[in-house]
Design a protein. Structure first.
Length: 304
């Protein structure tokens, strides 16, 4: 299914590359959180890939702080890849040019939410890892920019009687876990947190999104410039609904973290059903009954 215009995503990133340092606060914050997770894993990663590296924010933090000896950086945007420095190349996450078993670690910071074939990209990532290699990624999740989305919907609906996609769709936590399992990762773990950013006015938020290369790139987006009346009505709604006592508005960014390992014989695996050697009922000192057996009327039942 094609949701995003990948050519437009690349153009947005190319345009943002020169001045990204003025707008990359979210990339740096999430890079720090990814690095903290790597520090909890006591091992080295001789060769790592930063997938969707932007201009090198993640690489500046994890190399060599987190056990990475050699870091390869790739981005859909050639302009961003050039500015990342080191070993870098322009590459599409949907058709990666790397060999099977090339990396000990693949890390991705706020890039995979623009991928159309995310299941396919994760399958490729799993194949590019060495056995027992680690995949660690962060991407924008479902509640991201919910305030902006709702204000644009209401303003456009009032002005035109219809709506068009103004904010990209994002995967939720449940989707991410299912995708890791589907891609064949062992010991998959997903979790999320929310980063709330405040602005003096909503237009500053729009400027930051453009500066990060995160402008709307959905295929179904409205191709003409937003009507001025719709834009100003949406900004007024934002101020009315989300301004605090200091008249600053808040913007929510949900970050979904994905953590999985390429399969290896040394990893723990679940036991087969029915293979337990110890009875749970015996351990708890309770009477064992079959699943279909009804409770005896005299048995005490604790109600919560």
């Amino acid at each position: 299914m094609q949701v995003f215009d990948r050519r437009t995503v690349r153009q947005h990133r190319d345009r943002a590359a020169d001045s990204l340092a003025q707008h990359d606060f979210l990339l740096r914050e999430v890079a720090d959180r990814l690095a903290d997770r790597l520090l909890d894993i006591n091992r080295r990663f001789p060769v790592a890939l930063d997938l969707g590296c932007h201009t090198g924010q993640t690489g500046q933090i994890i190399d060599p702080r987190c056990g990475v000896d050699t870091l390869v950086q790739s981005d859909l945007s050639p302009a961003m890849a050039r500015r990342a420095g080191g070993l870098c190349l322009a590459a599409d996450e949907e058709a990666m040019p790397f060999a099977t078993g090339a990396f000990d670690l693949i890390i991705s910071n706020l890039s995979l939410h623009w991928v159309n074939d995310l299941p396919g990209a994760l399958v490729q990532a799993e194949a590019m890892l060495k056995p027992d290699g680690l995949f660690l990624a962060a991407m924008l999740g479902g509640g991201t920019l919910q305030e902006l989305r709702a204000c644009f919907i209401d303003a456009e609906l009032a002005a035109t009687g219809g709506v068009s996609p103004r904010v990209s769709p994002f995967a939720d936590l449940r989707d991410a876990g299912a995708l890791l399992q589907r891609a064949g990762f062992a010991l998959p773990v997903v979790d999320s947190d929310r980063i709330t950013v405040t602005y003096s006015d909503p237009l500053r938020l729009l400027a930051d999104l453009r500066g990060m290369g995160e402008s709307n790139a959905t295929l179904e987006r409205h191709r003409q410039f937003t009507r001025r009346s719709v834009l100003w009505d949406a900004m007024k709604l934002y101020l009315d609904r989300h301004a605090d006592e200091q008249n600053r508005i808040s913007a929510s960014f949900d970050i979904v973290y994905m953590h999985g390992w390429a399969k290896h014989s040394s990893q723990q695996t679940p036991l087969k059903p029915g293979s337990a050697q110890v009875s749970l009922a015996g351990t708890l000192g309770a009477e064992e009954r079959s699943a279909g057996e009804q409770a005896h009327p005299g048995w005490p039942i604790k109600e919560n």
